[in-house]
Design a protein around this ligand. Structure first.
Ligand SMILES: Nc1ncnc2c1ncn2[C@@H]1O[C@H](COP(=O)(O)OP(=O)(O)OP(=O)(O)O)[C@@H](O)[C@H]1O
Length: 241
């Protein structure tokens, strides 16, 4: 049964999803989603493997086009999108610092040299994610957790109004997950709208808002405690990482 818990009126809405359907080729994966996501704020998208979390983020990022319905945003135009670690190419011969610097391309253009300010932002993002010691290391030589933090630093370097993260903490140890949750809290405090897909219930509980997907449909929407407490969420899995 679909459960919608409305925001209190004073909570600003940053993203409105209206009757959204999307998929791949002839296959429809998301079916008629309606949701209101707060911003600044953190929304966690939860649900079993294959329920459509990554597809929803890809639609919000503009990578997958809706088959019908629409997504609208209130204010802001810069979107940062951090894909699942397993989707990121790790054979590219680039360093951690260069990877993070790619986050500046949307502002600067891929072929224009970065300014001193750009590099200052890149270095600050690496410090924030604790990867400054890895700056010269090749992306492909990193551990899973180090690569995850590098990708998140790239997302931060975009200085987005809307940050989309696909399972940012999957496969990380508790300390690293805690670190990433702290970074998300900071982003929210700085006025960013964050939407992340997660299998980690602790991360979901720290969000302001939660969507539960089940077979491409919105099974519940509300605060994390409202959505997660009814035991509608199956035990966490390892995801695809
Ligand atoms: N590029 C693609 N082409 C075709 N089908 C896809 C593609 N990406 C995902 N799908 C299918 O869409 C459905 C939803 O997948 P999606 O990755 O959005 O789910 P998810 O909830 O993120 O899963 P997980 O928790 O395993 O990451 C699945 O049945 C999947 O096989």
């Amino acid at each position: 049964m679909k459960t919608i818990i409305n925001f209190k009126s004073e909570v600003p809405v940053a993203v409105v999803i209206r009757n959204l359907s999307a998929g791949y080729g002839r296959r429809t994966v998301l079916h008629g989603l309606d949701a209101h996501l707060p911003g600044p704020g953190v929304t966690a998208v939860v649900g079993p493997n294959g329920s459509g979390k990554s597809t929803l983020l890809a639609v919000l990022a503009g990578v997958v086009k809706p088959l019908s319905g629409a997504v609208s945003r209130d204010g802001g135009s810069r979107t940062g999108y951090v894909v699942q670690r397993s989707e990121a190419p790790d054979t590219l011969p680039i360093t951690v610092r260069q990877t993070v610097a790619m986050g500046r391309w949307a502002r600067r253009g891929a072929w224009r040299p970065l300014s001193r300010l750009d590099w200052a932002v890149v270095d600050a993002c690496m410090v924030r994610l604790g990867i400054q010691e890895l700056a010269g290391r090749q992306l492909g030589a990193l551990s899973g957790g180090q690569r995850q933090r590098t990708l998140l630093a790239q997302g931060l370097a975009q200085e987005p109004d809307l940050l989309l993260l696909d399972e940012p903490a999957t496969g990380l140890d508790v300390e690293a997950q805690q670190h990433i949750s702290d970074v998300l809290d900071e982003m929210r405090a700085n006025g960013t709208t964050v939407i992340h897909a997660t299998h980690d219930l602790r991360m979901a509980e720290r969000a302001d808002h939660c969507l539960l997907l089940d077979q491409g449909r919105l099974a519940a929407e509300g605060t994390p405690s409202e959505v997660l407490s009814a035991q509608r969420v199956p035990p966490p899995t390892c995801g695809r990482a």
